[in-house]
Design a protein around this ligand. Sequence first.
Ligand code: HEC
Length: 137
Amino acid sequence: MKKVFSLLAAAGLGLSLSMVTLADRNQEIADRIAPAGKSCLEGESCAAAPVAAVASGPRTGEQVYSTKCFTCHATGAAGAPKLGDVAAWAPRIAQGTDALYTNAIKGLNGMPAKGLCMDCSDDEIKAAVDHMVTASK
Ligand code: HEC
């Protein structure tokens, strides 16, 4: 009889222990899936909003170059003037910045319009051109 009782006690203890760990895990999961920034209601001042605006702002010329333009301009693929190749860039730079911008945005022979960055704004393309020109003088 005593043996049965201690068995029951052990089982009960085990059960309550596992319930405690279950509760801990539930809290852990709740913490993990909680939104990183709380949503803000209209009229509330919301500290998270400016951060989001910065994250979706225009890309720098270097970012556009190193994600979109480098595929051709790092290797010289399709006859593209390579980044840093001063001799290849000199006659192009001599046309003037506006011509470079226009050719980059509209395309020129093997140079596709916007360098295939269809979601780039004109300003982002211009920034990428500036980045390439600066690195190739
Ligand atoms: C598919 C390959 C390819 C990609 C991608 C590409 N280019 Fe080009 N690019 C070329 C080629 C080829 C030329 C040379 C065109 C010519 O002069 O016939 C060129 C030339 C240029 C020129 C010189 C234009 C001139 O007037 O001489 C600029 C500026 C330029 N690219 C900017 C960019 C920018 C900015 C990007 C990224 C947004 C980009 N390119 C992505 C292939 C590419």
